[in-house]
Design a protein. Structure first.
Length: 133
């Protein structure tokens, strides 16, 4: 029988934070109440990049996509980053869900996602994929 070959693009976790003692799962955040979470900075050519985010629980908040060309940006604030105001990422609204966005034509040195949780709790995870490496 024929087995199809699965080709994948390089993939990088959108988040890398370990939130609490004993939490060893990289690539996810666990918001509980108000808070801000900065995603991992991912480099590479924007040609063919995309981001896919998924969440469970009841978080309510906002995802934004940010870019920088700075060699050593501040990863803990927005200071060295510019927000992509044309982002089409859907936002958690109190129930499980997901969102996907192509980030075509972004030739920025680095990109990252930021999540601001207004209320609720849950688990959020996701990946950047790229063909441009």
């Amino acid at each position: 029988s024929h087995v199809p070959i699965r080709k994948t693009m390089p993939q990088f976790s959108a988040f890398t934070s370990i939130q609490a003692a004993g939490d060893t799962a990289r690539g996810r955040i666990t918001p509980n109440g108000a808070g801000t979470f900065y995603g991992q900075a991912v480099g590479g050519s924007g040609a063919g990049q995309s981001i896919h985010l998924r969440w469970t629980g009841t978080p309510t908040g906002t995802f934004t996509l940010w870019y920088t060309n700075k060699k050593d940006p501040d990863f803990t604030t927005d200071t060295d980053w510019t927000q992509d105001t044309s982002s089409t990422l859907a936002n958690p609204a109190g129930a499980a869900g997901s969102t996907f966005m192509d980030t075509f034509n972004s030739n920025a040195r680095l990109r990252r996602v930021k999540y601001v949780n207004a209320s609720g709790a849950g688990v959020i995870e996701g990946e950047f994929d790229t063909r441009g490496y």
